[in-house]
Ligand binder design. Structure first.
Ligand SMILES: [Zn+2]
Length: 419
């Protein structure tokens, strides 16, 4: 299996005898809780976890991974990703309706393999895949990664998106089944409970609801039914909210995260903060919205500005903000991971500090996903998900584009000088 992965990655490096044991000499280690740093550290990895981090002592030898000229931090999280959705704007500008119809689940799983590999090699060691995967391509991808068949980040999966009739599409009555399986229509408390149970049965690790993409939106009572079912199974609900009323209903019902949250006046942000709701804001840049052909540029600018304004207010208020890219489109000149980093341009514009950007991409994301204590921090006992780069992301998070070392679960998947 090791040989297989080496060939697959196309990289030339030697795995140590125990692939999940290693000693790293780190030039600067970043604590992403507060942006503090320590220099010349020794990170000892055993059985896939960090055993200790201490001041460097000892001899440099061939067995030591030399990152003494690098900035070292926990692997990145993307809390809003769609590995099995690739929209080619040249073929399907404006929406992903045709993509969902034309691409089989099998093909989308293959696309997911390519995206997951790219994300991992670019430094994303954990992702939350938030639906639009056909008939559970996300679950199949996660299974393949967990079994070591293909390289990819640790994944949480939402399975099929549960939504009021129509989902995020506009159907016509003779083709009402066409949004199936992309969306799981459920209306009313009973249908929602059943949809949640079925989704969990088929491999969702959390539940994604689209609250408000139709004129009729989920009520507090309906959302609460999903929250209760999810919680009984030990998980939670992430709620796509585009409208103000959608966000109000979702917060009142007890969801764990608001996705997008475009229209959130201060009192709604305050309610989110008071309830401990995470905001995965997916603050698109104009370029990030521009794949939608046929949309007026001024409308895109207005939407982008609305996102930046909402992020600025949420950040000032102390809402738990989490990085999520929502990247779905294909750009022949950019990898999926690098397209995903584009959201940080909006974060800079909103005045989010470099240290707080890194926090939102690690520790806060880990808290949202319920993996605090396991991932998202470089500390003894944590999974050895470690990335490194030559320039300092605390001075400029554009450094993340040049991550050149990636370790996941104690295994080196990328060494400096490889791709
Ligand atoms: Zn999305």
């Amino acid at each position: 299996m090791k040989t297989f992965i080496l060939i697959l990655l196309g990289t030339a490096f030697l795995l140590p005898a125990h692939a999940q044991d290693a000693v790293i000499r780190a030039g600067t280690v970043i604590d992403t809780r507060d942006g503090s740093t320590s220099s010349d550290q020794k990170i000892t990895v055993r059985d896939g976890r960090i055993e200790s981090i201490e001041e460097w002592t000892g001899e440099m030898n061939n067995g030591v991974i030399d990152l003494s000229d690098s900035f070292v931090m926990p692997g990145l999280f993307d809390a809003h990703s769609h590995m099995a959705l690739v929209v080619d704007p040249r073929k399907d500008g404006g929406n992903y309706f045709f993509t969902g119809i034309l691409n089989t689940t099998a093909y989308r799983a293959v696309q997911g393999v390519a995206n997951a590999r790219n994300m991992l090699l670019s430094g994303f060691t954990t992702i939350r895949d938030i639906g639009n995967s056909g008939n559970y391509a996300d679950v199949a991808l996660k299974q393949g990664i967990d079994e070591g068949l293909v390289p990819g980040p640790h994944m949480e999966t939402s399975g099929r998106i549960i939504a009021p009739f129509g989902g995020q599409f506009h159907l016509q009555p003779e083709k009402r089944g066409i949004a199936n399986p992309e969306y799981f229509f459920a209306d009313g408390v009973d249908e929602i409970r059943k949809a949640v149970r079925e989704n969990l049965h088929f491999g969702a690790t959390f539940i994604k609801l689209v609250i408000d993409d139709q004129r009729y939106i989920y009520s507090v009572e309906e959302i609460r039914a999903a929250v209760e079912e999810a919680e009984r199974a030990g998980t939670y609900v992430a709620a796509h909210c585009w409208t103000e009323q959608g966000a109000r209903n979702a917060i009142a019902a007890g969801v764990r995260s608001i996705e997008h949250g475009l229209a959130m006046p201060d009192d709604v942000l305050r309610a989110a903060k008071d309830a401990g709701v995470f905001l995965v804001g997916t603050e698109f840049t104009v370029a990030g919205l521009g794949w939608q052909t046929g949309v007026d540029i001024s409308a895109l600018e207005e939407e982008h500005n609305q996102f930046v304004d909402r992020l600025r207010r949420a950040y000032a208020m102390g809402v738990k903000i989490v990085y999520g890219s929502d990247t779905v489109f294909l750009d022949p000149d950019m990898s999926r991971a690098h397209l995903s980093l584009d959201v940080l341009n909006s974060w800079r514009e909103a005045g989010v500090s470099n240290a707080d950007q890194l926090k939102a991409m690690t520790v806060t994301a880990a808290a949202l996903m319920g993996v605090s204590g396991d991932r998202g921090l470089l500390a003894a006992g944590f999974k050895a998900d470690i990335v490194a780069m030559k320039s300092n992301p605390l001075e400029d998070t554009n450094a993340l584009y040049d991550i050149d070392f990636v370790m996941k679960d104690g295994r080196v998947v990328r060494h400096p000088g490889t791709h």
